[in-house]
Write a protein that binds this ligand. Structure first.
Ligand code: UDP
Length: 461
């Protein structure tokens, strides 16, 4: 009997990111996974941001992913144009929804209608727009599932946490201290719009068709189980890093424009360094340090007598001590690099990081031990998990008076990590997590299954 094949309509997703490097990076990688599974993807963020990314986004997109932008009301200058991040958020929330409507209408007119908006959880109004158009809305959380849990319980005031150094008990989480809490916990007053944004993530979440999170079940079983009880369509789909560093499933996975960011220079510099001999240092795309903190880090690296590769963003370069060489026999300072590629290099021994969630996921996925210097936002909570839950790193102690990490303290951490038995134990743990995470992302693994479930639901629309 002749079998009738039913042609399935290819779903078209709009992936909409808040204008932060740490948001668009994982959302771009998730887009590649969707394309690999047969979904058509248009990636979008704000106009100014798309044109001014650290990475040249056009050169990073596989031909199958189109790029679009919406207005945040600051098309010519981004966040600085608004004067402050708080003012920026207010403007974006006012202008963004209509601009998103315009984009959806434009794509529909071009015969390219959107079936699903996968929106950054920082932009919950995108769900209201999706509902107006009668299309699927999937919230995408770029932060750690445990951090969602804290925001949900504490910022929303469900659980009152006393402002003393007590143990803080939240469902499905390890005991926390105040120093492990996200910084916004202490700045209710001055961070009004930021808090509104963080709380806004949950404002309409019950109406979202899917809640996707760049986390991994195996890393956080209890929190994920608990979260799934509250939001039954919650799914972990991480780590959203290029698949060529995991199971190599996705073709066309070439990352970052090497010529623009000289990441090849870093890789070339790493080539002749012995295995496990280089300290990689980077504090992400936004954290600023004062000159004193920069000096302490600089001298710690120089005095460590180890090889080091340090990313100091162009805006931070003037804070380096005048007598600190940017290229020496032992060290190299660059303004940006292809971080995942660097972490994957066998010369890397450990990663001194601010514990931005992407950096944590990348280092966990590549089995690189961590020295944590968290500064603000969710970084302290991530550092707590790195040190005490996954046991893949150590948190550098803070000088209580100046609230900075002293060079001597950092140097002790470097020695502990690279020369002690504890360092070896940490490396073994890091390798264990690497294997589990690669398994989760591979065919049949927990994250892969969740991605397929989401994609199948789109195909059955
Ligand atoms: N990153 C990079 N090159 C650099 C520094 C950072 O590619 O020189 C990437 C890094 O791999 C990560 C993102 O920028 O994907 C930073 O995100 P994270 O959440 O770690 O920190 P944030 O920048 O949000 O504070």
């Amino acid at each position: 009997m002749e079998e009738k094949s039913i042609a399935r309509k290819q779903p078209h997703c709009l992936v909409l990111s808040h204008p932060f490097q740490g948001h668009i990076n994982p959302m771009l990688q998730f887009s590649k996974l969707l394309v690999h599974e047969g979904v058509k993807v248009t990636l979008a963020s704000t106009r100014f941001y798309i044109n001014n990314l650290h990475i040249n986004i056009n050169n990073n997109l596989p031909p199958s992913i189109s790029l679009e932008s919406i207005s945040d009301g600051c098309d010519n200058g981004g966040i600085p144009e608004a004067g402050s991040y708080n003012a920026y958020l207010q403007r974006f929330w006012l202008v963004g929804p209509q601009s998103l409507v315009d984009l959806l209408e434009k794509l529909a007119k071009l015969g390219n209608p959107i079936d699903c908006i996968i929106y950054d959880s920082f932009l919950p109004w995108a769900l209201d727009v999706a509902k107006r158009f009668g299309i699927v809305g999937a919230s995408y959380f770029t932060q750690h599932v445990a951090v969602n849990n804290i925001y949900y319980h504490v910022l929303l005031g469900r659980i009152k946490v006393p402002l003393i150094e007590d143990e803080i008990s939240l469902p499905s989480m390890p005991k926390l201290q105040l120093c492990d809490m996200p910084s916004f916990f202490f700045t209710y007053e001055e961070d009004g719009p930021v808090l509104d944004m963080l709380l806004g993530q949950f404002s309409n979440i019950d109406k979202a068709d899917w809640v996707l999170c760049n986390s991994i079940y195996e890393l956080d079983e209890e929190v994920v189980d608990w979260t799934t009880k509250i939001w039954p369509n919650f799914r972990t789909i991480g780590p959203n890093i290029p698949s060529k560093f995991l199971d190599k499933r996705v073709k066309d996975d070439e990352d970052y424009d090497a010529t623009q960011f000289k990441s090849e220079d870093c890789i070339e510099w790493l080539q002749d360094k012995p295995k496990g001999s280089v300290i990689y240092v980077s504090f992400g795309s936004t954290v600023p340090f004062d000159e004193e903190q920069m000096r302490e880090i600089a001298y710690a690296l120089r005095n460590s007598n180890k090889h080091f590769l340090w990313v100091v963003r162009a805006s931070e370069e003037t804070k380096l001590p005048k007598d600190f060489e940017k290229k020496s026999e032992k060290g190299l300072v660059v303004t940006w690099c292809s971080q995942v590629k660097v972490l994957a290099h066998e010369a890397i021994a450990c990663f001194v990081t601010h514990c931005g969630w992407n950096s944590v996921l990348e280092t966990l996925s590549l089995g690189v031990p961590t020295i944590a210097i968290p500064k603000w936002s969710d970084q302290s909570t991530n550092a707590k998990y790195v040190e005490d839950v996954w046991k893949v790193g150590i948190r550098a102690p803070i000088d209580d008076e100046k609230k900075i990490v002293r060079g001597e303290a950092l140097n002790n951490c470097i020695k502990e990590m690279m020369e002690s038995e504890k360092g070896k134990e940490i490396k073994r743990n890091a390798n264990k997590w690497r294997t589990l995470i690669t398994g989760a992302a591979s065919e049949g693994g927990s994250s892969h299954k969740n991605v397929l479930e989401f994609v199948n639901s789109l195909f059955s629309l």
